[in-house]
Design a protein around this ligand. Sequence first.
Ligand code: NAP
Length: 494
Amino acid sequence: MTITAQHEAELLAKVPTGLLINGEWRDASDGGTFDVMDPATGEKLTTLASATSEDAMAALDAADAVQADWARTAPRERAEILRRAFDLVTERADDFALLMSLEMGKPLAEARGEVTYGAEFLRWFSEETVRHYGRYVTTPEGKNKVLVQHKPVGPCLLITPWNFPLAMATRKVAPAIAAGCTMVLKPAKLTPLTSQLFAATMIEAGLPAGVLNVVSGASASKISAPLMSDDRLRKVSFTGSTAVGKQLMKDAADKVLRTSMELGGNAPFIVFEDADLDAAVEGAMAAKMRNMGEACTAANRFLVHQDVAEEFTAKFAAAMGALKPGRGTDANSNVGPLIEEKARTEIDGLVQAAVANGATAVTGGAPVEGPGYFYQPTVLANVANDAEILSQEIFGPVAPVTTFADEAQAIALANSTEYGLASYIYTKDYNRMFRVSEQIEFGLVGFNAGVISNAAAPFGGVKQSGLGREGGAEGLAEYTTVQYIGIADPYAAK
Ligand code: NAP
């Protein structure tokens, strides 16, 4: 389908522009607004209300006021709301995909993929809501019973990044609803529109007023700081950069808040000498180029056995060089722009430093001229193992390739980072897969697979990539607190 300007305008007109507080869309208390831009053109898409600290507190007031009643709703009722939300988001997949493409820049086909992935958290957690088991056992000496129940942790602050505007929201909102928590959602200011439309959809799905409040705004800390110093807030779930995550953990310490931290990554993509190289290139394209490389799971360091490095690099560069940058709505393009000029400048700086240090740009290596923040899909060969580009999250369409001589060196190189989110291993040897998985320090391992995120699987990192998991049964546990009731057993043997 060809997307016209009229089509875009009609969609933007459906997006609520206010703050969602206690079930109502309101203006900011000081009347403030901020603009949301199209990264493919640098032009304004629309203007939203910009939350003040007072608005943030009003959102917490609303969440706190309904927390006790919401926690008591029947699990089936919460499950049905989530299921209806899944159906509605799926029915409106075209709207959500286009909106994400407009505000974030990703190609429409990829945005549709995110709708499927993001909606799946609603369905998965609707199913988990009614199967949230506790336990009841006899104590070892036989005198008492142990009753363990899971209760909602309480009002949560959910802070999401700009790179997956729908999925990062559903990955937090769905388990919070399943657990019986109320929420204040603060989307990234660069891509808040999807959350606005998603929140409107949740209300349509039957979510009671006050359970989900959305406070978009130009200043993140004006929103988060007062909430995190209020005793009524019980948890902060954050997805974003490690630097901001660390600051929020410090802030959370004052009130001993529960925290879930999904932070940055520096994923190694290890290609062993016995790998199916065509499959490895296909996996590399997915692991590197999903979201133009703007993903925490993005392969950041290609560690390739020295015997196959030349062949792998040539095939990989050919595939990268064939990609066509363009606006997400352009059916002929398959790589969108970077989110902003600052990101493009930083990425180019890393590339130029690597090249000055002896690396070769086999394909790409420069910004794309013209409007928007496009960067050429780039493969760098002969990158020195101590190059700066290997120690930082690149967050763009740039793939540095370096080599290793044996398995032990591959593992040492993979682990030589303070991050520990995603990793990828390509080999035909299952024994090696287990051996390497045991030794690498990453929360996620893709074995002959370039994309492994799934609503049913626990997603999260170790080391400075974060704490906690999203998705799977583990994702629900993040929103509950455990209560143990010790019961004297009148029938116990004396
Ligand atoms: P970011 O700058 O850390 O921002 C993330 C969120 O935090 C945004 O909503 C942002 O609001 C907010 N924020 C920024 N400063 C804040 C402060 N002082 N107090 C409270 N909130 C604050 O990260 P980003 O650039 O949006 O996202 C990219 C990063 O996210 C990458 O490092 C990526 O690896 C990571 N990420 C991790 C995962 C994961 O699951 N591990 C998934 C996706 C992304 P504003 O945008 O409004 O300033």
